[in-house]
Design a protein around this ligand. Structure first.
Ligand code: NAP
Length: 286
C-alpha cells in the first residue's frame, strides 16, 4: 500500500498510473503537480488525483513514491526542484521514454540520494496526451522496463516493481544503454518514419486527394504521427545517437528497394518482401 503518491506531470502516463493504482486499491492519497492549474483542476474533477500543489517541492514532501511523468526536456528542472526536499524513505521513479539522459540528470542532482531513484519506462501509451486521455487499464498486460543502476537500493527497486505489478503490468529489467538502443529501434525510429511520411505527402501538390483516398493501412502506419510533438522532440534529443544510426540504416534499406525497382529486379524485390513478410508473420505469431 502506497500511503502518499506524488505525480509530477499529470498527463496520459502519470494520470493513468494514478487511476490504475486507485482502481487496485493500492494507494491512499495522490498528490499531483504541473504547470497548468486548469489541467490540475481537471485531474481532481476526474478523480485522477486527490489534491495538487503549486510547487513541486510541496507536492513531493512526505511522499512514499514520487513519479516523474513530465516530458524528457523538463526532467532537469524537476530534479533541481526535488533534490533538497526528498525524504530518506521516499522512492523516486520516472517514466521517460529514454533512460540515459534521465540517469545522467538524476546522478548530477541527487548526490547520495541516487540510490533512491529507480529509472523506469512503461511500454504502453497512445498517440493522445493530457490527463483526459488517461485510463486505468493502460498498463494491463503491458511491460514496464526498469533500468536500475548498481547503486540503486534493492528495496527501492522492489517498491517500484510492486507498484507497476499492481497496475497489471509485468516488469522487466534492462541496462540503461541497452534500453535506449532497443527502444530506438522498436519505438523511436517508427515514430520518425510516421512523422516523415505524413510531412512528405502533405507537401505534394495533390496531397488532399492523397489523404482523401487513404485506406486502413495508411491510417495504421501513420497513427503515431498524431503523437505529442514536444514529447518526440525530447526523445530525439535525448536518444539522438542511437536514433541517427538507425535512420542511416533505414535509408540504406530504402536505397536497396529503390535500386531493385529501378533495375526492375523481380527476384530481389520478391526476396526483400518475402523476408520481411516472414519476419513480421513470425513476430506476431501467425
Ligand atoms: P502528457 O500527457 O503531455 O503529460 C505530461 C505532463 O507533464 C502534462 O500533464 C504537463 O502538464 C506536465 N508538464 C510538462 N512540462 C512540465 C514541467 N516543466 N513541470 C511540471 N510538469 C510539466 O505526456 P505523456 O504522454 O504522459 O508523457 C510523459 C512522459 O512519459 C514523457 O517523459 C514520455 O517520454 C513518457 N512516456 C510516454 C509514452 C506515451 O506513449 N505517451 C509512453 C511511455 C513513456 P502541464 O502542462 O500542466 O504542466
Amino acid at each position: 500500500m502506497i500511503n502518499r503518491l506524488a505525480i509530477v506531470g499529470v498527463g496520459l502516463i502519470g494520470g493513468s498510473l494514478a487511476l490504475a493504482l486507485k482502481q487496485a486499491g493500492a494507494v491512499g492519497h495522490v498528490a499531483g503537480c504541473g504547470r497548468n492549474q486548469k489541467n490540475l483542476d481537471k485531474a481532481v474533477q476526474l478523480g485522477v488525483i486527490d489534491s495538487y500543489e503549486e510547487s513541486i517541492s510541496d507536492a513531493v514532501k512526505g511522499a512514499d513514491i514520487v513519479v516523474l511523468a513530465v516530458p524528457l526536456g523538463a526532467m532537469q528542472s524537476v530534479f533541481v526542484q526535488i533534490k533538497d526536499v526528498i525524504g530518506d524513505a521516499t522512492v523516486i521513479t520516472d517514466v521517460g521514454s529514454a533512460k540515459q539522459s534521465v540517469v545522467d540528470i538524476a546522478s548530477a542532482n541527487l548526490g547520495p540520494r541516487i540510490g533512491q531513484f529507480v529509472p523506469g519506462h512503461p511500454i504502453a501509451g497512445t498517440e493522445k496526451s493530457g490527463v483526459e486521455a488517461g485510463f486505468a487499464s493502460l498498463y494491463q498486460n503491458r511491460r514496464v522496463i526498469l533500468t536500475p543502476l548498481d547503486s540503486t537500493d534493492p528495496a527501492a527497486i522492489a517498491t517500484i516493481d510492486a507498484m507497476w505489478r499492481q497496475c497489471g503490468a509485468s516488469v522487466e529489467y534492462l541496462g540503461v544503454g541497452h534500453h535506449d538502443k532497443v527502444l530506438a529501434a522498436t519505438s523511436h525510429l517508427p515514430h520518425m518514419l510516421a512523422y516523415a511520411l505524413v510531412n512528405y505527402l502533405s507537401r505534394l501538390n495533390d496531397h488532399e486527394e492523397i489523404f482523401n483516398y487513404a485506406a486502413g493501412g495508411f491510417r495504421d502506419f501513420t497513427r503515431i504521427a498524431s503523437s505529442d510533438p514536444v514529447m518526440w522532440r525530447d526523445v530525439c534529443i535525448s536518444n539522438g545517437d542511437a536514433l541517427l544510426t538507425l535512420i542511416e540504416g533505414y535509408k540504406n534499406e530504402l536505397d536497396q528497394v529503390s535500386a531493385a525497382i529501378r533495375d526492375a529486379d523481380h527476384e530481389h524485390l520478391l526476396q526483400l518482401f518475402g523476408k520481411a513478410k516472414s519476419e513480421r508473420d513470425s513476430l506476431i505469431g501467425l
